[in-house]
Design a protein around this ligand. Sequence first.
Ligand SMILES: CC(C)(COP(=O)(O)OP(=O)(O)OC[C@H]1O[C@@H](n2cnc3c(N)ncnc32)[C@H](O)[C@@H]1OP(=O)(O)O)[C@@H](O)C(=O)NCCC(=O)NCCS
Length: 222
Amino acid sequence: MIRTANKHVEYELHEMTFPSMTNTATAIGMGAGALFHPSGLASQGMKDLIIADYQRSYGRPASLIRVLRAYFVNPGFRATFLYRLANQAWRADHVWLGLAIAAYTVKITGADIQPGASVGAGLVIRHPVGIVVGTLVVIGANCTLLQGTTLGEKLTPGDDHASPVLGDGVTIGAGAVVVGGISIGSGAVIGANSVVVRDVPPGATAVGVPARLLSKSIGVPR
Ligand SMILES: CC(C)(COP(=O)(O)OP(=O)(O)OC[C@H]1O[C@@H](n2cnc3c(N)ncnc32)[C@H](O)[C@@H]1OP(=O)(O)O)[C@@H](O)C(=O)NCCC(=O)NCCS
């Protein structure tokens, strides 16, 4: 598991989770590239991540028209799309542009995802309102965030900005707060309105305030 604020390592994290390119991805990337021309911020990685986010949300291949339609009708996808742009700018050392895109994203979606956060491919945000993700948070591939999710620092003295690291396929229920330098194992589910301040093992379900682990295993909602 990678836990770092180092932009170069974050870039490698994204590279590890890229699926293969498609012609459609190339078309979308050309559009995004034109948006940023001539600074050349758009990258293959960003395009692939957007495609992966779309495909996990809709369970079908992406096309340019499908992605555009999703952007305009699906606020959660709009939030992931804009986060990808902001993160790309951040990783290209255009920090102010990344922050500006993130600020715009808050205004039009209600999701406050810091551009420096590391998020693997296949992110699904069901409803973006009230989502907060801190700069040092690491989210694995194929994770799902519900409305009101907070992932970030504990804000206690000396916590050194430690933030959660989520494995792959983690689902965070509506209103859940996950704070501090803890690990949420792959496939774990965090119940709605839970407050999680301790590690959660892979595949476990944690609920309540403070969160406790449920002994039974459950199906993981998409
Ligand atoms: C965590 C969750 C997936 C568990 O679902 P489940 O496996 O069907 O669990 P159950 O309903 O059988 O509950 C098991 C136990 O956990 C408790 N529990 C379940 N969810 C809880 C929650 N969010 N907070 C506190 N306790 C919770 C139940 O009271 C029960 O306790 P008990 O064993 O002492 O009686 C589900 O309750 C949840 O919170 N999902 C998030 C859904 C969401 O955010 N939806 C937003 C849609 S827009």
